[in-house]
Design a protein around this ligand. Structure first.
Ligand code: 5GP
Length: 185
């Protein structure tokens, strides 16, 4: 039985094996905790959630379902990862189409790794004079941070390990997994 469970919690994506590390139930609890904090902090306001595609889609969907404050959503897209290695190059793929001047903006990201993506994003968005600008990220890897980025709302701080699932991919696959998996060393 134990062996069966171990086998069941290991998956293969492309050439790599991954081991289940965070079950969907635990993710749901943490996402709700983040939403509760936002509900408190933004009471009486109407925040604009700015989802960073592609990885944010599951997180932002579950987060928004738990928000009780009036809120809106829009998306931008950056790309800095190819497979399991960062390129160190951050590119904006899809820009923001609406004005964020005077808005309370919450950037919603799947994972902050080196911080380069969020650093660039903050710099860009600040030029449009939002009333406030914060980051909500499902995961943060503090030991990987290369530029100082303040993540006000994070659900999990994780070690330096490549993860997939719950919106995060490995070369395009794995985003559909409800649980999160660590790459097997
Ligand atoms: P950063 O610019 O902070 O180094 O990287 C942010 C982006 O890199 C994330 O939005 C995500 O797309 C990707 N990324 C960073 N770490 C991981 C990881 O462990 N797994 C996956 N699937 N993507 C990651």
């Amino acid at each position: 039985m134990l062996i069966l469970e171990v086998v069941m919690s290991t998956i293969k994506i492309h050439d790599r094996e991954f081991v289940k590390s965070i079950p969907s139930e635990e993710i749901a609890v943490r996402v709700k905790q983040v939403a509760d904090r936002i509900n408190r902090d933004y009471a009486g306001k109407r925040p604009l959630l700015l989802g960073v595609l592609n990885g944010c889609f599951m997180f932002v969907s579950d987060l928004m379902k738990n928000l009780e404050v009036e809120c809106e959503i829009s998306f931008v897209k950056f790309s800095s990862y190819q497979g399991a290695e960062t390129t160190g190059v951050v590119k904006q793929v899809i820009g923001l189409s609406e004005s964020i001047e005077g808005r309370d903006v919450i950037i919603v990201e799947d994972i902050v790794d080196t911080g380069l993506t969020m650093h660039k994003m903050l710099e860009t968005l600040k030029e449009s004079n939002p009333a406030s600008l914060e980051i909500a990220s499902l995961f943060v890897k503090p030991v990987r941070m290369r530029v100082p980025v303040s993540v006000k709302y994070s659900a999990f701080e994780i070690p330096d390990r490549f993860i997939v699932g719950y919106g995060l991919d490995y070369d395009g696959l794995g985003r559909n997994l409800p649980d999160v998996y660590d790459v097997k060393e």
